[in-house]
Design a protein around this ligand. Structure first.
Ligand code: DQA
Length: 146
């Protein structure tokens, strides 16, 4: 059984009401409940953190290492495009992670085309709204199979 942290950055607590054309109509809780069911059916355990501050996300990544987390599913939200501190935290703990974006970031404003994470992630899933988290979890489940 793998321990998997689902880490969500700023403004993702507003999913459902926030720009639904970009991010879909489901709330973060609705998406995470579906993800929990899928993880449970595969025998894996999820932990969830959503934090609106960069420092809070750094602390969650450091704590993940102390707690023996095996994988992170990470949507850094706006920090995707700015945060050396979060990149350094992930490099420091060396926990494999999948980068997820609900919107199709490559089809949006040029500043969203830059990610401080993609080159150190297992891979990137973008543009499938909440389903992207399920796809990320499927990748991890496949890696865990003998
Ligand atoms: C996002 C894309 C980011 O550019 C944006 O700042 C977000 C959410 C996404 O899930 O599509 O807050 O990470």
């Amino acid at each position: 059984m793998a321990s998997i942290l689902v880490l969500n950055g700023p403004n993702l607590n507003l999913l459902g009401s926030r720009e639904p054309d970009q991010y879909g109509h489901r709330s973060l809780n609705e998406i995470m409940e579906e993800l929990d069911r899928f993880a449970g059916s595969c025998g894996h355990e999820l932990r969830h953190v959503q934090n609106n501050s960069e420092g809070g996300l750094v602390e969650a990544i450091q704590k993940a290492a102390n707690d023996g987390v095996d994988y992170i599913i990470f949507n850094p939200a706006a920090y995707t495009h700015t945060s050396i501190a979060l990149r350094d935290a992930l490099l420091a703990v060396d926990i494999p992670f999948v980068e997820v974006h609900l919107s199709a970031v490559a089809a949006r404003e040029p500043f969203r085309h830059v990610s401080y994470f993609s080159d150190i992630a297992l891979g990137v899933i973008s543009g499938f709204h909440g389903e992207g988290y399920m796809l990320a979890l499927q990748v991890i489940v496949n890696q865990e199979e003998p």
